[in-house]
Design a protein around this ligand. Structure first.
Ligand code: GLY
Length: 552
């Protein structure tokens, strides 16, 4: 008995309780936005109303990634069990061309990362409108107006926001409107000050009154296209007018008795997670022992194999044929898993994408919401890098994405996340760039079990998967599963990135196995999740972030 008391004390000292509620839960990366979501639910809105309201609120309170100038994905499961995926990923403008980011020597330039040329056609407003129209209960105006009020009346700058804005100085300082709005002309916002965004308030109010067409065909569209043309950007009125968000079928898979509802392409995350989980199940990962060298080795080797496939096969399904069946074929998975040695790391240089069996025929933000009825949504959206391209459109008050960098500027070239892309992800007008965003929902025996996702570039896929595995395999609560130290491998560069918290003994063994270990890695994504267990909802923002879980 004494032993049990001591043990449970040790566990509670190590761990952190999630927020627990009975009925509804909102988890988002910024606390004011979480509160907006809870308020919407209490006013009779459902999870989808709340997701739209939280997303618009994040566009004000979390400018590094919350946006109306970017794009993303929403994965949802209704209380009746219908699963759907809304793709509002940005698209390459009509003027885009395959080699547009190569200099005279054929080397990739920084134009895909910084400035007006870096932006794809934004999808956020269309995507949120589609989610709301198809699944929401409240009026559109009611879900957009909280963000208008936040932008107009202002809100108190948190320590995290003040630090984040300062961190964005090098990028934001290059563009006069961004410097004025976010950096106070170089005087910087301090925690505790009130920050206001009057131009953004007006833009959002027009969207609240006139609907999404305002962004794509109204005053906003005209102003955005005119500023683009003036500054050498590519997005035109025609690009905006023709942009549509689309519904896609989620990919379904399983892991150790759980059903996994995963994001389809142009997300690379769903396929990746299902491939890696299938290999891990075959390799008996659950028995590896949490924190052991075997745990990290098996993860690294499966990650390495998936990312080799990712670079070769994945892109926009509207433009390239994705060998989905082949990538998830049990025989193929078995051959990939069986090529893993327990005694030696596979050098990435020795590993290529697999020969598939013939077929029969990067700063981002995330929110997870479950409502009283059991409707669930996992929504990830982004400007790509923190503060996107750094450009704020004069008079409109919002930042633009630098999502064009998620294309492969040329086969074999690395993007800002070090991800290598191939032909399948080459630039073409109207094409969606490949994404790592991995909103995911897990069910058990047909009942909702987990709603989860993350920002973090290529580290999203591995971060989300590790949090899910920590729940299923190591029986951690939602908060501990998310806070536990993570690792990442993406084939190229051939490095095993370890966050702080891995034991020195484990690290030594991994080095002996031949892994190129890099320790002290910055956060491997920021996972935000909800676990449904014993009629309780466990809400957990990532302990690495300033996020908040709240509900009732
Ligand atoms: N922009 C990060 C991603 O979509 O993967």
């Amino acid at each position: 008995m004494k032993f049990i008391v001591v043990l449970s004390l040790a566990v509670s000292l190590l761990g952190r309780d999630p927020v627990r509620t009975r009925k509804a839960m909102v988890v988002a990366q910024e606390p004011i936005a979480t509160d907006v979501g809870v308020e919407i639910l209490k006013r009779g809105g459902n999870a989808y109303d709340a997701a739209v309201a939280v997303s618009f609120a994040l566009a004000v309170t979390h400018p590094t990634a919350g946006n109306i100038g970017g794009g993303g994905f929403a994965l949802l499961r209704t209380a009746s069990g219908e699963a759907n995926f809304i793709d509002f990923r940005e698209k390459a403008p009509a003027k885009a061309s395959r080699d547009m980011y190569l200099d005279a020597q054929g080397k990739p330039t920084r134009d895909s990362v910084v400035g007006w040329k870096a932006s794809g056609v934004p999808g956020t407003v269309r995507g949120l409108a589609l989610l709301h129209k198809k699944y929401g209960l409240l009026k559109w105006r009611d879900v957009v107006m909280p963000s208008v009020k936040l932008a107009r009346n202002g809100f108190v700058v948190s320590y995290a926001l003040a630090r984040g804005l300062r961190g964005g100085e090098r990028l934001l300082g290059q563009f006069p409107e961004s410097k004025r709005l976010y950096l106070k002309q170089g005087n910087f916002y301090e925690a505790g000050e009130v920050i206001r965004f009057p131009e953004l308030a007006k833009t959002l109010e027009r969207i609240a009154k006139r609907g999404p067409d305002e962004f794509y065909q109204g005053v906003t569209a005209k102003l955005l296209a005119a500023e683009m043309a003036k500054n050498g950007g590519m997005v035109s009125e025609e690009d905006l007018k023709s942009y549509q968000a689309v519904e896609r079928k989620p990919i379904l898979g399983s892991y150790r008795g759980h059903e996994v509802i995963a994001a389809p392409p142009p997300s690379s995350g769903g396929i990746g997670m299902l491939q890696m989980m299938a290999m891990l199940e075959r390799l008996d990962y659950a028995k590896a022992g949490m924190g052991s060298a075997k745990h990290a080795h098996l993860l690294a080797e499966t990650m390495r194999r998936y990312y080799a496939d990712r670079s070769q096969f994945l892109g926009d399904p509207d433009f390239v044929k994705i060998p989905l069946k082949g990538l998830l074929d049990p025989k193929y998975i078995a051959s990939r898993a069986d090529s893993i040695s327990l005694d030696r790391a596979t050098p990435s240089g020795e590993l290529k994408h697999g020969p598939l069996p013939a077929e029969e025929s990067e700063e981002t933000t995330h929110l997870s919401i479950v409502d009283e009825k059991g409707n669930a949504v996992s929504l990830t959206y982004t400007l790509n890098g923190g503060y996107g391209s750094g450009v704020t459109v004069s008079g409109l008050g919002f930042l633009l994405n630098n999502e064009m960098d998620d294309f492969s500027a040329k086969p074999g070239a690395m993007n800002m996340y070090g991800a290598m892309g191939g032909e399948a992800n080459a630039i073409a007008p109207g094409k969606r760039m490949l994404s790592s965003m991995t909103p995911t929902i897990v069910t058990k025996d047909g009942k909702l079990a987990l709603v989860i996702g993350a920002p973090g570039g290529t580290r999203i896929i591995t971060g989300v998967m590790q949090a899910i595995l920590n729940v299923i395999d190591f029986k951690l609560n939602m908060q501990d599963a998310i806070d536990a130290p993570r690792m990442h491998h993406q084939w190229m560069p051939d490095k095993l990135y370890l966050e702080r918290g891995w034991s020195p003994d484990t690290i030594e063994i991994l080095k002996k196995l031949g892994h190129n270990v890099e320790t002290g890695t910055p956060a491997v994504s920021n996972v935000h999740g909800i676990l449904v267990e014993d009629k309780w909802l466990q809400g957990a923002p990532d302990g690495r972030s300033n996020g908040k879980a709240a509900g009732y």
